[in-house]
Design a protein around this ligand. Structure first.
Ligand code: NAD
Length: 360
């Protein structure tokens, strides 16, 4: 396992889970390189931020000079690259930032890494790893009911988000092939769990339900996604970083294919049990959160189905998810019920105050 790990996007949903895991379960030194966009929230990192092994650099990955300073100061043994613009709807409304961060930013990071890596002594150079974290959305839409994405499925991205991630995957492979940079790539399915920004489907539905607002479902809700609990993803990433073979791609998934409507209905059923609505009306019908479900116009270019074949990582690295969808979604709903301080500060914008920290 590398000892000094530079994580980009460590204040985001998955990056914060990775850093919490690294600080709690390993003895690694961790540098979090994050620009703190709207999606970055340092409050997702407590209590890891109290550790002396945690270091924060408020840096944009498109800033080549600042990135080089971080490399020279922190001297990483590995990079885990998670910084990205990640929300498909935002990429449809405004693709420019997706091109800038996901493509240009990945290029800048690869070049900063290459310059630093060239200067390392031979043994450190051989042990160094650049781990690029990507998505199953690069493979596009699965039309058949039985087909699964494997590591050799051709790329066919549909949205500006997935096209920008596909581009970044190609850049990373090219830097290995051309310059010999020791890279690892992972493509993962939809994540869910604690500290998920409320614009994404699962937290959006939980929080809207709790405040009695409509629960929007795109189209007829029949789009299928594979769901993975975020802490299972963090464990998979550490398995790949410590045991993965250089130049290889590993698909990561939860074996949990669900229709979007099914996901929303499951959340409603959990809330019906955990925070029951009072009986209403003269016929004594019981309210259910399902009454809040509202079908809205579908997203343009919306992929119908994603499903991952994660057998390679299981076979070669011994990783398998610990949570089923049923156990993970229960934990997630309970987490939002137990942590109103976190999400209320996100909804009010207060989480963006006090962001003056950082070393560069
Ligand atoms: P997120 O949007 O929650 O977090 C992204 C983080 O990157 C934020 O902290 C943000 O401040 C930071 N960032 C954005 N632009 C930056 C820049 N120019 N410089 C430095 N930092 C910047 O994203 P996430 O859901 O945690 O996803 C992390 C990675 O995993 C992304 O690369 C994403 O494509 C990939 N991924 C996500 C999912 C998912 O379901 N969320 C699934 C598979 C893969």
């Amino acid at each position: 396992m590398p000892y000094r790990i530079l994580v980009t996007g460590g204040a985001g949903f998955i990056g914060s889970a990775v850093i919490r895991h690294l600080i709690e379960s390993t003895s690694c030194e961790v540098a979090n390189v994050d620009k703190l966009t709207y999606a970055g929230n340092l409050e997702s990192l407590t209590p890891a931020t109290d550790s002396e092994r945690y270091h924060f650099y408020k840096v944009d990955i498109c800033n080549a000079v600042a990135l080089s300073s971080v490399f020279d100061e922190f001297k990483p043994d590995a990079v885990m690259h998670l910084a990205a613009e990640s929300h498909v709807d935002r990429s449809i409304d405004g693709p420019a930032e997706f091109i800038e961060t996901n493509i240009v930013g990945t290029y800048c990071l690869l070049e900063a890494t290459r310059r630093y890596w060239y200067g390392l002594p031979k043994t450190d150079k051989d042990a160094f790893r650049f781990h690029h974290i990507s998505t199953d959305e690069v493979y596009g839409d699965l039309e058949g009911a039985v087909e699964l994405f494997t590591e050799t499925t051709p790329y066919a991205p549909s949205s500006p988000y997935s096209a920008s991630k596909a581009s970044s995957d190609h850049l990373v492979r090219a830097w290995q092939r051309t310059y010999g940079l020791p890279v690892l790539i992972t493509n993962c399915s939809n994540n869910y769990g604690p500290y998920h920004f409320p614009e994404k489907l699962i937290p959006h539905v939980i929080l809207n339900a709790l405040s009695g607002k409509p629960l929007p479902v795109y189209g007829d809700g029949s789009q299928i996604r594979d769901w993975l609990y975020v802490e299972d993803h963090a464990r998979a990433l550490l398995a790949v970083l410590s045991k993965g073979k250089v130049g290889e791609t590993y698909n990561i998934g939860g074996h949990n294919e669900k229709r979007n409507l099914e996901v929303v209905e499951t959340i409603c059923e959990l809330l019906d049990k955990l925070v029951p609505l009072t009986a209403e009306g003269d016929r004594g019908q019981t309210h259910t959160y399902k009454n809040l479900i509202t079908f809205v116009a579908d997203r343009p270019g919306h992929d119908r189905r994603y499903a991952i074949d994660a057998s390679k990582i299981q076979r070669e690295l011994g990783w398998a998810p610990q949570e089923t969808f049923e156990s993970g979604i229960r934990k997630t709903v309970q987490w939002y019920l137990d942590n109103p301080d976190w999400w209320q500060r996100v909804l009010s914008g207060e989480y963006q105050l006090g962001r003056l920290g950082g070393q560069l």
